[in-house]
Design a protein around this ligand. Structure first.
Ligand code: NAD
Length: 352
């Protein structure tokens, strides 16, 4: 297989973690006989310094021309002024919109060897925690009409039936490859947009008779996630609810440096990135955990390229390294002496 991958290092630890992910891509190329052409693209604070904008048009064009985009992270104290007109996150939003990625897929799982990193009690987490949050990414209150009038301010939650249908289909398809249960999260007791959400999800569900749909109010979902997380498998959510619940779910795993994500749309092209930021506090020290970015490569191979065996080889290599006790500093909780970013990348490559 021959594919083009746009690679965005970004800022902070972005450069270091992407270097490890690229090593993994090269290893997969070599072992499975594929050709992945990598094109490096500038975005984020580094692009602001050089071009005055976070996502120059030519960067977006290169990403649109690729089969998939792999992103490290953007931002840092230098560009963190919230009143600044040009900010690194504009690059992220511009990229998601420019690639028409309306579905954010975030797996959150507790790796057995890292179970002690979870802030939840053993008795709660012992049943296992392995869920996928499917979040609508380009609609809802973050994109609705907003403004100020006199001494008040407003934001509008608005969803159309086609927007709900397409994200629901993605959740149902993911559920078909998992435990065949979807918890659809809403606030239908209060919000009209949630009532439309619930009706639409129920209608789409008729096309997926093998899937069980459970409607759950967002406040209850937030509570149940820490009370009894193993009841969940796929959670389908609107933009704002997914933003909050996916962060909650990621904290249950206890290791932000381990979690990957994918953003996809109608075609096979997708944007793959770790859920963490650019971690300026540890940048340039060779201590960042590259696993979230490496697992983002696995998601890219699986979702955009359909290379399931290759994706599974990466997952298995990560598991094997963890089982043998190798840890970067962020996940070294049992007094293990931590290994560096590059060493972790090399070990995972060796085991693929
Ligand atoms: P962060 O995720 O960068 O860091 C939070 C904490 O987790 C820090 O202590 C950091 O050292 C640690 N951490 C994060 N990733 C790690 C890794 N791979 N290995 C080990 N430790 C890791 O969040 P923040 O501190 O709130 O934000 C820092 C910058 O990143 C800000 O400028 C923010 O705007 C930006 N940011 C970017 C993205 C993105 O690019 N998608 C997402 C979130 C934040």
């Amino acid at each position: 297989m021959r594919k083009n991958i746009a690679v965005i290092e970004g800022d902070g630890i972005g450069v270091e973690i992407i270097a490890q992910a690229v090593k993994v891509i090269k290893k997969i190329e070599q072992k499975f006989g594929h050709i992945f052409n990598l094109e490096y693209v500038e975005m984020g604070g580094c692009a602001i310094d050089k071009y005055g904008v976070a996502l120059p048009d030519f960067s977006l064009e290169k990403c649109r021309a690729a089969d998939a985009v792999l992103l490290g992270a953007v931002g840092g104290p230098k560009w963190d002024d919230p009143t600044a007109k040009v900010r690194p996150e504009q690059g992220l939003l511009g990229l998601r919109a420019g690639l028409e990625c309306y579905a954010n897929i975030r797996p959150a799982k507790v790796y057995k060897p890292l179970a002690e990193a979870s802030p939840l009690k053993d008795s709660i987490i012992s049943e296992g925690f392995d869920i996928v949050v499917v979040r609508e990414l380009t609609g809802g209150i973050y994109f609705g009409e907003s403004g100020r009038e006199g001494d008040s301010a407003y934001d509008t939650e608005r969803y159309s039936i086609p927007e709900i249908e397409r994200i629901a289909r993605i959740a149902f398809k993911i559920a078909q490859g998992r435990k065949k249960i979807v918890h659809s999260v809403d606030k239908a007791n209060v919000l009209e947009s949630s009532r439309l959400w619930r009706e639409t999800v129920a209608r789409v569900a008729k096309d997926y008779p093998d899937i069980t749909v459970v409607n759950i109010l967002v406040d209850n979902a937030a509570m149940q996630l820490v009370r009894n997380p193993s009841q969940f498998d796929v959670m389908l959510t609107s933009n704002i609810f997914g933003d909050i619940l996916s962060d909650e779910a990621s904290q249950i795993t206890g290791s932000i440096g381990m979690l990957a994500s994918a953003s996809t749309g109608d075609g096979s092209r997708g944007l793959y990135e770790p859920i963490h930021g650019s971690a300026p506090d540890i940048a340039g020290k060779n201590i960042a955990n590259p696993i979230a970015t490496i697992l983002s490569v696995a998601m890219m191979l699986d979702i955009s390229f359909g290379l399931k065996e290759e994706a599974a080889a990466i997952d298995a290599a990560v598991n094997s390294v963890l089982e043998d006790g190798f840890r970067t500093a962020d996940i070294a909780t049992n007094g293990e002496s931590p290994i560096g970013t590059t060493e972790m990348g090399s070990l995972i490559c060796e085991r693929i």
